[in-house]
Write a protein that binds this ligand. Structure first.
Ligand SMILES: Cc1cc2nc3c(=O)[nH]c(=O)nc-3n(C[C@H](O)[C@H](O)[C@H](O)COP(=O)(O)OP(=O)(O)OC[C@H]3O[C@@H](n4cnc5c(N)ncnc54)[C@H](O)[C@@H]3O)c2cc1C
Length: 324
């Protein structure tokens, strides 16, 4: 069953996550919208701020993603940038009263460079860099961190180059590395050496074996090996995973590298393993929740379905229930 899911269902869902016609159909369906709420708590800044209040109340930190990816027009990229500025204004109202411990900012936004124009035919890299810089300047003013998400492997070089340029002026900028990519251990060594803030995740896209490990055990092995590199360096590692094997190994790796619980953080996605998130926060760890919001939830939602048979079963059950 697990093999069928990994080799047939997951690739089909990830291919579907990029199909525009299907996206339009699914996004318009009232049935899916109610199910999507488990992973995407709302569509407006107001919805996002409600979730921020609840998560902060339970001692968790937050990274907010304004959903959208692969824009093909400069005006859409500019609209995404404006949406982030509006979000940062709202977050700025909270940072005035929120406590910052050990220099770790409780609030962060996550950006996808493809939503800021990276893939535009004309000057995509420059447009995305300029838009991301505008967002970072505002984030700096209001005391919020920014992390640049990782997308599919064809964008990795461009994304790391843009992140590197931004880190010159914003040394607190976070970069995401995906442990399933064969190149990532070397990228970890490079970013650890410059003391960067790095979110390490397994990776959520369908990638060929020429560039990525495809076997679950190999991906977990790569993750732990990359995490050791990050923990051993002077930067700030962000352990983004729900995997019990990774979560169990992390405290020992941190200990070996003489890091205390304030020298790194755990990260999980909104709606996934909420009890474990609360437990980690309650027991003195830094726990950040990635909260996506907005109307363009299709790609994000399909990647969550592709991650785990139980997520797909939850969706199927909800559809059957609503269909009765
Ligand atoms: C904060 C954050 C940011 C991310 N940013 C990016 C990004 O920028 N780019 C990118 O490509 N990917 C990103 N991802 C997604 C990531 O790459 C993985 O696709 C996703 O996290 C699933 O990998 P996993 O490590 O959680 O383990 P998985 O292999 O999905 O799960 C391993 C095990 O975890 C347990 N588990 C998982 N889900 C549940 C659940 N709902 N309930 C109970 N147990 C569960 C199960 O035991 C499962 O077998 C991000 C993930 C997080 C948490």
């Amino acid at each position: 069953m697990a093999r069928i899911f990994a080799h047939a269902v997951r690739p089909a869902l990830l291919a579907a996550s990029r199909a525009d016609g299907l996206r339009r159909l699914v996004e318009r369906s009232p049935v899916t919208r109610s199910v999507v709420r488990r992973f995407v708590p709302g569509t407006t800044v107001h919805d996002a701020m409600d979730v921020v209040a609840a998560l902060r109340h339970s001692g968790r930190y937050i990274s907010i993603d304004y959903l959208g990816e692969n824009v093909t027009d400069a005006e859409d990229a500019a609209a995404t940038t404006r949406a982030y500025l509006e979000l940062l204004d709202a977050l700025g109202q909270r940072t005035r009263t929120d406590t910052v411990r050990d220099g770790v900012r409780p609030l962060e936004v996550s950006l996808k460079l493809s939503a800021l124009g990276q893939a535009l035919d004309r000057d995509g890299q420059k447009v995305a860099l300029d838009n991301a810089r505008t967002i970072c300047e505002q984030a700096q003013r209001v005391g919020v961190w920014v992390t640049v998400d990782a997308e599919d492997h064809t964008a990795t070089d461009s994304t790391l180059s843009i992140s590197g340029d931004l880190r010159v002026d914003f040394p607190w900028l976070g970069t995401v590395l995906q442990a399933y990519l064969r190149r990532t251990r070397a990228d970890c060594q490079e970013l650890a050496a410059v003391g960067a803030r790095v979110r390490l995740c397994k990776g959520a896209y369908e990638e060929p074996a020429s560039v990525a490990y495809r076997d679950d055990a190999e991906i977990t092995g790569s993750y732990l090996s990359c995490l050791r590199v990050l923990m051993a360096g002077p930067g700030y590692p962000m352990v983004a995973s729900h995997d019990p094997q990774i979560l169990a190994a992390t405290p020992d790796i941190a200990d070996e590298c003489r890091r205390s619980t304030t020298d790194f953080e755990y990260q999980m996605l909104y709606g996934i393993r909420d009890d474990e998130q609360r437990r980690l926060a309650r027991t003195g760890n830094q726990m950040r929740v990635y909260v996506p919001f907005g109307t363009q939830w299709y790609g994000y939602f399909m990647r969550r379905l592709a991650e785990r048979p139980a997520n797909l079963a939850f969706f199927a059950r909800a559809l059957a229930h609503r269909g009765r």
